[in-house]
Design a protein around this ligand. Structure first.
Ligand SMILES: [Zn+2]
Length: 100
């Protein structure tokens, strides 16, 4: 499954998929689902979860300044507060929008 077009519309990210379906994901929900190691944490060989320091989210944490497609199935989101290490899979995004 691939995205034909991706754009920010109002407070949501709108996807048009090549199968004709459309998905909308609210930006706060997208940001809270950020899959990067500092948001999600990483488990070491001992099974201990390490997370970066919890950073308070602000209004700018939910604004997108740039989107970059990563390969065929990934989407890197550059948030207005400077966070950009999360790469979302298109699968994950489609699940997020289905969960609404
Ligand atoms: Zn993150």
């Amino acid at each position: 499954m691939r995205a034909e077009s991706i754009q920010v519309i109002g407070g949501a990210l709108a996807f048009k998929w090549t199968d004709g379906a459309e998905s909308f994901v609210e930006l706060p929900a997208l940001r809270r689902a950020c899959p990067c190691a500092s948001c999600r944490g990483e488990t070491d060989v001992m099974g201990v979860l390490h997370k970066g320091p919890e950073k308070p989210l602000s209004q700018r944490s939910f604004e997108i300044v740039r989107l970059a497609e990563v390969g065929t199935y990934g989407l890197q989101v550059y948030w207005a507060d400077g966070h950009s290490t999360g790469i979302f899979s298109l699968d994950q995004i489609r699940k997020l929008s289905a969960a609404d």
